[in-house]
Design a protein around this ligand. Structure first.
Ligand code: SF4
Ligand code: ZN
Ligand code: ZN
Length: 312
């Protein structure tokens, strides 16, 4: 198969990648160009951020977040990486993730902000979940990650945080929210969550790329990333939704993109109207971060942990 762009210029270059749902065959150079142009288009279309703003990129060491950091850096944005070291020991996951992020930040010569949960709180995320009596590590982990992202933004003056969520993540989330008719979540599912109530704007510039496209971008740019995911992810139900959508995609190319794009266009505005316009927020009595209660859920979890640890 020949690269479509090279062919239009009278050159016969072999394609490195074929994007089935766009029926597009491209060589290495034109795929990278296409990928970065699409990223810039999504940022512009959803008004995510400008070249004058500092963008904090949440990096885990995986292909999505590091490719995002690379693409935004190449597009000329003021990027800063942010890595939360969770202290997860399975296959030395956290140590490897941190090493990869550090190496990458050195490669592109951009700063990396690191928050080490074990150093700061004395316990890993798994110990925090266990010690506070919670079985689901991922939900505790999600709460802590969101909290720390907001905290770093507030302390270091970032108004925008970018994450590497891709089309596979977003379409699986959409399917899961739709099956359970989670009106609130459906109303909030969008490539941009605006800055509000002291929380930074959250943006997802890769929402229209599939995992495969991102892997290709990472490989073609020689981005070293962690291939093994977090050992706790095995249990995630999102894998089931991803598998179901992959089956549909195989039979009907373009299903995921259509499902997500049509939702944004036709259904989400209806669910958005159902959302409560204003949430009363207070300052957490302990950490001063915005919260709906008098003490935020992270401070409550840490307090519970101290009590449990003392009573052992
Ligand atoms: Fe955290 Fe669960 Fe993701 Fe692991 S899989 S990083 S524990 S949310
Ligand atoms: Zn080409
Ligand atoms: Zn708090």
């Amino acid at each position: 198969m020949l690269c479509r762009i090279c062919k239009s210029k009278g050159k016969r270059t072999k394609a490195s990648i074929y994007i089935r749902h766009h029926r597009l065959a491209l060589c290495k150079e034109h795929f990278i160009e296409w990928f970065e142009k699409q990223t810039a288009k999504t940022i512009k279309e959803f008004n995510m951020f400008s070249k004058d703003e500092k963008v904090l990129i949440a990096v885990s060491g995986g292909k999505d977040s590091l490719s995002l950091w690379y693409a935004l850096h190449r597009l000329g944005y003021k990027t800063y990486g942010f890595h939360i070291s969770l202290g997860i020991e399975g296959w030395e996951y956290s140590k490897k993730s941190l090493d990869i992020c550090k190496k990458f930040s050195e490669r592109i010569e951009r700063p990396l902000i690191i928050f080490d949960i074990k150093d700061e709180f004395g316990y890993s995320i798994e110990e925090i979940a266990k010690g506070s009596g919670r079985k689901d590590v991922c939900s505790v982990c999600g709460t802590f990650k969101r909290y720390l992202m907001n905290k770093i933004c507030k302390e270091q003056g970032f108004k925008v945080v970018a994450t590497g969520h891709n089309l596979d993540d977003e379409s699986a989330l959409l399917l899961s929210n739709t099956i359970r008719w989670e009106i609130g979540y459906l109303g909030r599912q969008h490539p941009v969550l605006p800055e509000k109530n002291g929380f930074a704007r959250k943006v997802k510039p890769f929402v229209f790329f599939t995992e495969k496209e991102i892997v290709s971008y990472a490989i073609l740019n020689k981005i070293e990333y962690l291939e093994t995911g977090c050992p706790n992810a095995k249990e995630a139900t999102s894998i089931l939704y991803k598998r179901s959508l992959a089956m549909l995609e195989h039979e009907m190319p373009g299903t995921k993109l259509r499902f997500y794009k049509e939702f944004l266009k036709k259904a989400r505005p209806i669910f958005e109207k159902e959302l409560k316009e204003h949430l009363e927020l207070n300052e957490c009595k302990i950490c001063k971060m915005p919260t709906t209660a008098s003490i935020c859920s992270v401070c409550r979890t840490l307090e519970r942990l101290k009590i449990n640890v003392k009573s052992r």
